[in-house]
Write a protein that binds this ligand. Structure first.
Ligand code: ADP
Ligand code: ZN
Length: 517
């Protein structure tokens, strides 16, 4: 059998496998059903291309991205590999060449768009072609849960059973629901060997800060990195402009970018960012998809991103070259309200909105983390790790306290009002404020009325925020964001478990600007 290490060197031109690649390659070569979850850019394609050259027979690769398939096939052919693609982008000659190579048994890799799987022609052809393996790229497209559902992906399971060959599925989408659906739809009963790797970007320093004077906080962060290229992400289009102006006033080279700008103006910013040294772009999340600049030295979030996945994507644009890069994410109560409203006013079905609130909660949990942020971030993606030494909480441990009593008070107020109210009203009850709404519903007669006067309104808001971060409560989009208790909260309410919260972020909130309730 051919040696994987020498194929890696001679055909692909790499000295070594990346973290995680070797084990996946071994499993695929051994013919195991495999599910591999790796971040974008982690090097998934090698994990099916290399085994295809080691194994006998033909490997079929299903991918939804035609341009990407054509690129990969071209690169493989240039490296001397017998690869071909059947896509709608083919010329007739290209298609004929693929069929010829297939019937002569010369092809090692055949790329195919999922649409090819409808009807029986492709299936019959594959049955005659000595297929020994199926690789599925972007496997999350089989999930109706995600954004990229492709109905034709549902046929892949039948194809696997019909050909009776092993299958390897690859995706960068790591959330639990999607993963379970991939396993169910592609592998039926035979649980695949699962690999999850490479989400850590150790050169990126992680830090969060409570907003108190947001513009100044960003200016300070940038001043300490003067002359280095970076991105400031903001929650709104208008803010990209005001922040870029403020940065220019402070003597930096800065411009702004958002999806509402003319395509020409956007391309100009992209071009400048790529070419100029030390340019700062203040942008909405519209900026970044096509940006391939390896030496972005920092990414700041002037506003909280919309989910933990979004956060990970956005900070991940920094330090692609592997050299140290810094990040800072600001958050405050208004951010949380803004993101919640975005979710609730979106058009997604209720189930999806509840999940989106959960993803936002996970990010708030990271913002209010008690220990190493990287450990918590990687744990969200399913990876276990040791404290990193490269985050603000590894540098300066959080100031925490036993918050079991106030949390229990808050949970009790939620339950006694039937899970029908948001934090504002619940705080009025806890603080014993006889507002109109409190009196109208006789909530001044509840046993929890006025039990929480020890904490100010703002401090209570910070406590509720942290409770969401620990996923003890979630807003219910079907009840205008009223807080609902999760199963995680039950042991605390029943006195079986205590809970620790952060004192420093509660105090920072108290010192911050006035907030609406
Ligand atoms: P993904 O599909 O996971 O987004 P790719 O398969 O396109 O990522 O790989 C991303 C980049 O990493 C490519 O430029 C590829 O050449 C490179 N790469 C993959 N494996 C290795 C390796 N073992 N050593 C060095 N570079 C690699
Ligand atoms: Zn750390």
């Amino acid at each position: 059998m051919k040696n994987p290490q020498s194929i890696l060197r001679d055909t692909f031109g790499f000295d070594d496998f990346r973290v995680g690649q070797h084990e996946i390659v071994d499993a695929v070569i051994a013919g195991k059903n495999t599910l591999a979850i790796m971040p974008t850019g982690g090097g998934k394609s090698l994990c099916f291309q290399l085994p295809a050259l080691v194994r006998d027979g033909l490997t079929v690769v299903i991918s939804p991205l035609i341009a990407l398939m054509r690129d990969q096939v071209r690169a493989l052919q240039e490296a001397g590999v017998a690869a071909g693609a059947l896509t709608s982008g083919n010329t007739e000659e290209e298609t004929q060449a693929v069929f010829d190579a297939l019937s002569e048994g010369r092809l090692k890799l055949l790329y195919m768009a999922p649409e090819r799987l409808s009807g029986t022609a492709t299936f019959n052809m594959l049955q005659r072609s000595n297929v020994s393996f199926i690789a599925v790229d972007e496997a999350h497209c089989v999930s109706q849960w995600g954004h990229d559902f492709r109905p034709d992906y549902l046929r892949i399971g039948e194809l696997r059973q019909g050909l009776n060959v092993p299958l390897a599925a690859f995706t960068a989408t790591a959330d639990q629901e999607t993963r379970e659906e991939i396993v169910e739809k592609l592998f039926a009963q035979e649980a695949p060997e699962t690999f999850l790797h490479g989400f850590d970007r150790p050169n990126i320093a992680l830090a969060f800060d409570v907003k108190n004077s947001p513009r100044q906080q960003i200016l300070n962060f940038v001043a300490a990195r003067k002359g280095l290229s970076g991105i400031v992400y903001t929650g709104t289009r208008a803010k990209t402009e005001t922040l870029a102006n403020a940065l220019r006033d402070a003597g930096h080279s800065a411009c702004n970018y958002h999806g509402g700008m003319e395509p020409e103006a956007r391309r100009e910013v992209e071009r400048r960012f790529q070419q100029e040294d030390g340019l700062i772009v203040c942008a909405t999340v519209a900026f970044g998809m096509g940006i391939d600049k390896p030496d972005i030295r920092w990414v700041a979030h002037a506003d909280l991103p919309k989910s933990i996945e979004g956060y990970y994507q956005e900070i991940g644009r920094a330090g692609r070259d592997g050299a140290p890069a810094d990040t800072l994410t600001l958050f405050g109560p208004d951010d949380v309200r803004f993101r919640r409203t975005q979710i609730d006013e979106g058009l997604a079905p209720a189930e999806r909105r509840i999940a989106d609130h959960g993803r936002l909660n996970a990010l708030m949990g990271l913002a209010e983390a008690l220990g190493c942020r990287r450990v918590q971030l990687l744990a969200y993606f399913g990876e276990t790790s040791e404290p990193c030494g490269n985050c603000d909480l590894c540098d300066t441990p959080a100031d925490t306290f036993d918050a079991t009593t106030p949390v229990r008070m808050a949970l009790s107020a939620i339950l006694r009002t039937g899970e029908w109210f948001g934090a504002g009203h619940l705080i009025d009850i806890l603080r014993g404020d006889k507002t109109e709404k409190v009196l109208a519903r006789s909530h001044d007669t509840l046993p929890t009325f006025g039990v929480g006067t020890e904490w100010s309104k703002r401090e209570w808001q910070a406590i509720f925020r942290q409770m969401m971060g620990h996923d003890l409560v979630r807003p219910n989009p079907e009840r205008h964001g009223a807080l609902t208790m999760t199963d995680r909260a039950r042991p605390i309410l029943r006195d079986e478990e205590g809970i620790t919260l952060r004192r420093d972020t509660i105090q920072a909130t108290r010192m911050g600007p006035a907030v609406r309730t």
